[in-house]
Design a protein around this ligand. Structure first.
Ligand SMILES: Nc1ncnc2c1ncn2[C@@H]1O[C@H](COP(=O)(O)OP(=O)(O)O)[C@@H](O)[C@H]1O
Ligand SMILES: [Mg+2]
Length: 386
């Protein structure tokens, strides 16, 4: 696997079109390319004007598409785990249908999408995976999930620390809960391991590029700034910003006010995202559908540039020890200081930015330190630890 490209942004900005365009462009250049939709409201089939199934469907030379079905994924990956959870809730007195409903825990959906990713990477069938994801909030849930879920699993089950079998005698005396059998524990352990691998793949800046798609209007642009902050919080490498649906000067009188707003936003882009590679794409006269048209769109977007390149490599978090002073530095360009909450919980630094939280395992020398003060220096939060 050479590359994973994931596009994110507000609903309707053009993520699906741009992902499909990029995949068509790369396939045209001879790269074996798979485009995966993780948006439950799939629209890849519409973009390519052909049926795309739940497993990779060939769309012509070097190109495959997949619209993931969460239900199918859960049934194929975690039947055992779901049966166990259903039984568990039933044993607590819930009626069977309600128990089954609850057993589809939030997070299973996100995990299902991601597990396919691991399968595809391991299969060696593709050179590139392009991900067409759901709007910002959902994508962030997807991207924050592997780490958060591993964290919970480590707390609830001693997975990742000792072997699962050890807890059997510990748990039984305390509860009437049926203890998971080996198949369920096996499921859980493999889920845990897969999530760890996926997190490593997606957070590897040499493998995965996350690209922000936006439009030249205030609502899309502001959402993009927030998305960028949260992606950095979770440690992902964002390397480009794509301004889509730009009005050309000849758009005419009717679009005059849109164009003047666009001018402000384009100016702002230059200093708001100085480290990101900037691409722009004009609004087209008609909808871009079908592989051939999409490939043209991809050429127009990337020009002479290679979409496989890593355009920027940022270091979202670094740990510094200078003259006995310990500092954690975190790039969070658009966060407001009032929106940030920091604390140390048993050797883990918890950072909350608005509604998003990340738990950092601190390096050994930092683990007994507590955050005492924090200040922003050039969009970077400097947390002093004592
Ligand atoms: N550069 C563009 N010019 C004109 N229409 C576009 C452009 N990019 C996307 N669109 C159209 O905008 C609509 C939403 O695009 P889509 O790719 O589905 O966005 P998203 O996946 O972000 O929700 C579609 O009808 C699409 O054809
Ligand atoms: Mg879409």
């Amino acid at each position: 696997m050479e590359k994973i490209i994931l596009y994110t942004g507000k609903g309707g900005v053009g993520k699906t079109s741009i992902a499909a365009a990029t995949a068509s462009l790369l396939a045209g250049k001879g790269k074996k390319t798979l485009i995966v939709s993780t948006d439950p409201a799939h629209s890849l089939s519409d973009a390519f004007e052909t049926h795309i199934g739940h497993s990779p469907t060939e769309l012509g030379k070097n190109l495959w598409g997949q619209e993931i079905s969460v239900i199918e994924a859960i049934n194929s990956h975690w039947k055992e785990l779901k049966l166990y959870l259903t039984g568990l809730f039933q044993s607590q007195g819930l009626d069977p249908t309600a128990a089954e409903e609850i057993a589809t825990l939030p997070g299973f959906e996100e995990a299902s999408h991601l597990l396919y990713l691991e399968e595809h990477i391991k299969s060696g069938n593709y050179d590139v995976i392009v991900m067409d994801s759901a709007p910002t909030g959902e994508s962030l849930k997807l991207l924050s999930f592997p780490e958060a879920m591993s964290w919970y699993m480590e707390k609830i089950f001693p997975i990742g620390r000792t072997t699962a079998k050890v807890i059997r005698p510990l748990v039984r005396p305390f509860s009437s809960i049926p203890f998971p059998n080996d198949a369920v524990l096996g499921n859980m352990e493999s889920l845990y391991n897969s999530l760890k691998h996926i997190r490593d793949y997606l957070a590897d800046p040499d493998l995965t590029s996350i690209r922000l798609v936006t439009n030249p209007n205030r609502m899309s642009f502001n959402e993009t700034k927030r998305a960028y902050t949260y992606l950095l919080l979770y440690g992902y490498n964002v390397d480009a910003l794509i301004m889509n649906k730009v009005y050309p000067p000849e758009s005419g009188e009717f679009f005059k006010l849109w164009i003047s707003a666009q001018e402000d936003i384009l100016k702002e882009t230059q200093y708001a995202f100085p480290e990101l590679r900037f691409f722009s794409l004009s609004i087209s006269k008609s909808e871009t559908l079908g592989r051939e048209e999409l490939e043209k769109m991809g050429k127009e977007l990337y020009g002479d540039e290679d979409p496989l390149k890593v355009f920027t490599k940022s270091k979202p978090v670094s740990y510094e020890k200078v003259d006995g002073k310990y500092t954690v530095k975190m790039k969070l360009p658009f966060a407001r200081k009032q929106g940030i909450n920091l604390f140390n919980r048993k050797g883990e630094l918890v950072v909350e930015v608005e509604n998003w939280r990340r738990i950092f395992y601190l390096p050994q020398s930092f683990s007994d330190k507590k955050p005492v003060s924090a200040e922003f220096i050039n969009g970077e939060l400097n947390i002093e630890m004592v």
